[in-house]
Design a protein around this ligand. Structure first.
Ligand SMILES: O=C(O)CCC(=O)C(=O)O
Ligand SMILES: [Fe+2]
Length: 476
């Protein structure tokens, strides 16, 4: 469905010394759009078209480098030499798209949080001039500055819309004036290459193939630029449906993040969005406006009323984001996830897609699912093929580990399975089959049936293999 209901907000007055009345009128429209939909399109902003052209050109130049070159700018998970845990490049085989996360280019080198390498207070590793020329860093910095200014004017409007001083959010978002390390906002370049078999298969709740999984941004707000190729969809409530957000050249789509939802006690909604799978390359550039590490995310006094009593516990921005982003595979960093080999995130039908070649004696199988509808979830294992090792609970999902029961079985890789295997073709005797799936995509419910495992869960998050050393020691 096309997106002609998306509210369009003209922000021309932002950069033309607006009168109080003009400011309040824009503020009201933004509040209404975020209360009703959680997103809107802005036109007549002052980010120069040339700058937008430049950043798209520079982004393509980066993503068209060889994989080896790009990995030099990756975070430590993919580049052990990197000093960054989070910021930097991430490859597409992890979660379907590649990207580069860029920190505030003005971050102080000497601030203690930066020196201590507190997560996200990480300096950008800029591509060398030799590789991409001088202009790369200049363009990225100019674009950062322009979208930062735009984001701050939107926040001023939101403050006004809640009856507060227009500068209410300034120091919460950037504490450098108070001697802090500054904002944890990030600019991200997202590149969606043509799909190949190294990338996971992602699927929406309606069976739609995706190149960016369904998610909600955790930050305060996002200013997104879609370059030429659409694919972005947002989810509307009542009735729940997905709507295309078309490309309108040189405009931005803004969406509310979970922190703004919390700051406004749920009045401004953070919404689910996703990107459909395309048969062409695609570039998108979100600017994620965040706060500072210790910024309290507490409901604005004017968002609380008898009709809208406090809904959320106060939290601190840094630790909250740190936890929340673990929902994204490209951000997972804890030990058990370090060398995960991801198989498909969703299972199309009768098959598992083996990305690499895990061996049954060196890997354990992990099945993750949401716990939204716990009642529906049950699992059963047959001692024939798999034994359950353990179940772990994460904040909003659960995962189960299994290992092959044939501990004496010689090391055997799943290479035998080729890339896409209908599991019924797997040789019974060799017992390399780990799980035989029948996968039905029912609205809001997925069912995997197998002789070994039965899963019914609200949403299947992923199937992956972990190196088993740690787990196998416990279960020889
Ligand atoms: O690529 C897009 O259009 C959306 C990307 C997105 O939602 C994200 O990176 O958070
Ligand atoms: Fe997003």
């Amino acid at each position: 469905m096309s997106m002609n209901i998306i509210p369009v907000i003209d922000v021309k007055s932002f950069h033309q010394s607006p009168t109080t009345e003009q400011k309040l009128s824009v503020a009201k429209s933004i509040r209404h759009a975020c209360e009703t939909y959680g997103f809107f399109r802005i036109i007549n902003h002052d980010v120069p078209h040339d700058l937008i052209n430049n950043i798209t050109t520079e982004s393509f130049r980066f993503f068209h480098l060889s994989s080896d070159e790009k990995l030099k700018f990756a975070a430590r998970r993919w580049n052990p030499q990197s000093s960054n845990e989070y910021r930097g490049y991430f490859p597409a085989y992890v979660n379907g798209k590649e990207g580069s996360d860029i920190s505030n280019p003005h971050m102080s080198l000497t601030h203690q949080l930066v020196q201590q390498n507190i997560p996200f207070h990480e300096l950008n590793q800029w591509p060398t001039e030799q590789l991409l020329g001088k202009q790369w860093k200049i363009t990225i910095t100019q674009y950062w500055d322009a979208t930062w200014r735009l984001a701050m004017s939107i926040m001023q409007a939101i403050a006004l819309a809640f009856g507060l001083d227009e500068n209410y959010f300034d120091q919460l978002i950037d504490d450098t004036m108070k001697g802090g390390a500054g904002t944890l906002s990030a600019l991200r370049l997202n590149f969606y290459p043509l799909r190949d078999d190294s990338m996971p298969v992602l699927m929406g709740d309606d069976g739609q193939s995706l190149s960016c999984e369904t998610h909600c941004d955790n930050v305060i707000l996002t200013i997104l630029y879609q370059h030429q190729v659409g694919g972005l969809q947002v989810q509307l409530d009542e009735p729940k449906r997905w709507l295309n957000v078309d490309v309108v050249p040189y405009t931005f789509v803004v969406n509310t993040g979970r922190c703004l939802e919390r700051l406004t006690n749920g009045l401004l909604k953070a919404i689910n969005h996703r990107v459909t799978l395309l048969d062409e390359e695609r570039l998108s550039i979100p600017f994620f406006l965040g706060a500072c590490h210790t910024t309290p995310i507490v409901a604005l006094p004017t968002s609380i009323s008898i009709e809208n009593p406090p809904k959320y516990e106060p939290i601190e921005y840094g630790p909250y984001i740190m936890k929340a982003i673990q929902q994204f595979k490209e951000y997972r960093r804890n030990d058990s996830d370090k060398d995960v080999i991801y198989a498909s995130s969703s299972i199309p039908s009768h098959c598992l897609v083996h990305l690499r070649q895990p061996s049954i004696s060196q890997h354990v199988l992990r099945i993750e699912h949401s716990i939204d509808n716990e009642k529906l979830c049950k699992h059963k294992c047959s001692t024939d093929h798999l034994c359950s090792i353990s179940t772990y609970n994460r904040r909003d999902h659960r995962y189960h580990l299994f290992r092959h029961s044939l501990s004496s079985h010689p090391v055997r890789t799943f290479a035998d399975c080729r890339e896409k295997v209908s599991l019924s073709h797997i040789e019974q005797k060799a017992r390399v089959s780990i799980v035989h799936c029948n996968y039905d995509s029912l609205p809001w419910q997925r069912v995997i049936r197998s002789p070994s495992i039965i899963f019914q869960s609200y949403t299947l998050i992923g199937i992956s293999y972990l190196p088993c050393q740690a787990h196998c020691k416990k279960y020889p």
